[in-house]
Design a protein. Structure first.
Length: 269
């Protein structure tokens, strides 16, 4: 009887349980790192896989193997209009260029626009892709879709973006495995903007690969362009604000739609 009640509780509040445990898990892992019990490389990558294993464990209990398969099905959808791949590749990069232009005009120093792209190593690029892949499956393919069953998609994305930021917060606090010296409130804006844009792309394509592209390019743009905090006191902040505000515009004109029969994000007509 107790086991049955616990199972019913877990199934009923599955998404909320995950959203509480996910940041707590990274807090524990980060605490172990701060005490020297976890080395840099296992920490930097292991926290993402720990997050995935947490999700798989919960979904296995509540939905079984079929639920686990559903987590990865969007990654099999690749036959979408090429414009969505192009959009994903250029969106964050374009906002990065807009950010640098604003900084240049505001400071009166156009030399800011005379920069060289930083080309990351293949190894680091693969790490960024793997992090974006796990992020798509966990935060968009699962969390946004599940939360959208009980609230409007916009609210779902902002809640997920907020919790996503909470997940990052311990790493930001110890300044390990993240861009150095990230300011906290722009980080929250950036992640809420990212969750919103990922959901929009997902709703229009139902493709996890397209979400992977736009999220990868958000991460990559922070590396390719001089918009991280060390590029200037307000550069990253301007980028985060722009990303969030432009997401709101897209949300207004291209809101994600929910299919009332299967409660999944589907393309708008």
């Amino acid at each position: 009887m107790i086991v049955t009640d616990m199972m019913n509780f877990l199934k009923k509040y599955e998404i909320w349980i995950f959203l509480v445990l996910a940041p707590l898990l990274n807090f524990v892992i980060t605490y172990l790192k701060s005490k020297g019990l976890i080395e840099f490389f296992p920490y930097t990558n292991g926290r993402f896989y720990a997050l995935m294993f947490l999700l798989l464990f919960i979904v296995k209990i509540t939905k079984g193997n079929e639920g686990i398969k559903n987590l990865f099905r969007p990654m099999l959808v690749w036959k979408v209009h090429p414009k969505w791949y192009l959009f994903g590749l250029l969106f964050a990069f374009t906002i990065g260029l807009m950010t640098l232009s604003i900084v240049a005009v505001y400071s009166g120093d156009m030399s800011i626009l005379n920069f060289e792209l930083y080309i990351p190593t293949l190894k680091f690029t693969l790490f960024l892709l793997s992090w974006a892949f796990l992020g798509e499956v966990v935060w968009i393919g699962y969390a946004v879709r599940e939360l959208s069953k009980i609230t409007k998609p916009f609210y779902a994305t902002q809640i997920i973006g907020f919790v996503w930021s909470l997940w990052w917060l311990p790493s930001v606090y110890i300044n390990v495995g993240v861009i150095e010296d990230l300011p906290v409130w722009p980080l929250f804006l950036n992640m809420m903007g990212a969750a919103g844009m990922c959901a929009i792309v997902y709703s229009k394509t139902k493709s996890g690969i397209c979400v992977l592209v736009i999220q990868s390019m958000l991460n990559m743009s922070l590396v390719l362009l001089p918009i991280s905090p060390d590029a200037g006191d307000h550069t990253y902040t301007i980028f985060a604000v722009l990303y969030f505000l432009i997401m709101l515009v897209f949300m207004y004109f291209m809101p994600p739609k929910i299919n009332e029969t299967n409660t999944k994000l589907v393309p708008s007509k």
